[in-house]
Design a protein around this ligand. Structure first.
Ligand code: HEM
Length: 226
């Protein structure tokens, strides 16, 4: 226990927490992106999938149990991820004189700055997104239990918001590129030989995620899905 606390307090321990919780959150966004693509199956397929998420586990478990377990795990992962990020930022700026930061750490600073600001933007996007498609408070025509209608009408009625989604998923793609890259370093997975492989994987995961998510607002705006 004492060893675990020492590790938690250390920089490397915080980075490991970021990497492990990042993998959990990453797993969610991939599954969510694939689930979203069911929109191409039409209203029935998409709405059934959403319903399935609410009843999965029945009758052994009451409706919503699995969904709420997933929500709890994701919320805990998000809190730990953001908390470790804030603590690492504090350690970073406390330990580094301004001149040194400016001259020597230009590249690393750029990557960590985009991670931090991009991360903050994604955090606020998720809050807005929950109010938009899950709770419906900021949606002009929200209908409970009809996510196909909510997504299509949401983007049709507020094309500017579709633009915000595109920016958010671009920030997410960039965040995952940097995140995957720094996680391989923190977890000690990469070395000189497989450096290129990991960078390639990081680029691909960022672009893949962007394309998969961006497809939906784009096809709605183009009128391909209505
Ligand atoms: C164009 C991109 C996206 C679309 C069209 C979309 C669509 C949706 C829809 C329709 C729901 C409600 C599902 C339901 O009620 O069954 C939802 C929920 C959610 N989305 Fe997205 N989403 C997108 C991007 C994202 C991104 C980038 C993230 C995270 C970074 C995200 C995180 C979530 C979360 C956390 C929920 C709540 C799940 C729950 O607890 O019920 N979404 N999304």
């Amino acid at each position: 226990m004492a060893a675990a606390m020492t590790l938690y307090r250390s920089t490397i321990g915080k980075k490991a927490i970021m990497a492990v919780t990042g993998v959990i959150l990453y797993g969610f966004v991939i599954v969510h992106m694939i689930g979203n693509l069911k929109i191409f199956e039409g209203p029935k397929g998409f709405n059934e999938y959403s319903h399935f998420l609410r009843v999965v586990g029945e009758p052994a478990l009451p409706a919503g149990t699995i969904l709420w377990l997933i929500r709890i795990v994701l919320t805990l992962a998000l809190i730990l991820h953001v908390n470790a990020a804030i603590q690492l930022t504090r350690i970073d700026s406390a330990g580094r004189p301004v001149a040194y930061k400016k001259v020597k750490r230009k590249q690393a600073s750029f990557a960590s700055l985009t991670l931090r600001w991009g991360g903050a933007a994604i955090f606020f996007f998720v809050i807005y997104h929950l109010m938009h498609f899950t709770i419906g408070t900021v949606h002009p025509q929200f209908i409970e239990g009809e996510p196909y209608h909510n997504v299509v009408s949401g983007f049709q009625l507020q094309p500017l918001m579709a633009g915000v989604y595109l920016l958010a998923v671009a920030a997410l793609g960039t965040h995952l590129y940097h995140g995957v890259w720094s996680a391989t370093q923190t977890l000690g997975l990469n070395n000189r030989r497989n450096d290129k492989l990991f960078r390639g994987l990081a680029v691909l995961s960022g672009i893949g995620l962007f394309v998969g998510f961006a497809a939906i607002p784009v096809v709605v705006l183009l009128g391909i899905i209505k």
